[in-house]
Design a protein around this ligand. Sequence first.
Ligand code: HEM
Length: 226
Amino acid sequence: MEVKLDVPLLTSSIGKKLLMAVTGLGLTFFLFGHLAGNLLLLKQDGGVAFNEYAAFMKSSPPIWVSEILVFAGFVMHIIQGIRLTILNAKARPVGYKRNKGSANSTFYSRFMSVTGTILLIFLIIHLWSFFFKHKLLNLEPGVDLYTAVVLAFSNVYYTLFYVVAMVVLAFHLAHGVQSAVQTLGWQINPKVARCIQNIGYALAVLVPAAFAMVPLYILFATQGIF
Ligand code: HEM
């Protein structure tokens, strides 16, 4: 007689969701720090403060450790996201259209995998432009990071690509933060749940909007609009 237990599937699914939640929230915290550094690009000092910050990021061993953690966080989040999407697709019950809750979770799972894939493409292009080309491989010797960033965003298409990516990030965060908090069981009562949801939505709008402000500001400044 074959005994089939569903528990390992269940636990592994919960385990995957937990890892998604923890890495997702960790990456959201990374975004705060990254945004603070990026806002130095708006300082009217010819890039002095931003280049000093970039030099510090390059020379500080604790920062290298935190960057390795951030990269590990991205890798885990992406791999688990792909595995969870596959698992959700396989676990989808037949006739789910009759069940609204299940249809919703399928919709959000698909929504998160689509927005996540767009963000992955953004991240690859973004890391190549600044992190690998300039910081790690120094492929343009003599060009400091501030100049590289200004040159990149003086291109209207490149800036447009960033702005679109930030809109996608807003949607990804809007569902992601709320879903992570739910997975971690922090919504102890309806009032707290509503409060957390509102904070999540506010973050999802404010953080990408502040990120998008930098390329737009540089584009307008280089076109002589400001
Ligand atoms: C739209 C505005 C953004 C600008 C102007 C920007 C700019 C930069 C720059 C200049 C670097 C190189 C920093 C250095 O070498 O010290 C960098 C690195 C990085 N960026 Fe961004 N970034 C933006 C948005 C984002 C977003 C939304 C994400 C994540 C989804 C992200 C993820 C990263 C990562 C993982 C690194 C490498 C680690 C690090 O240097 O901290 N960036 N970014």
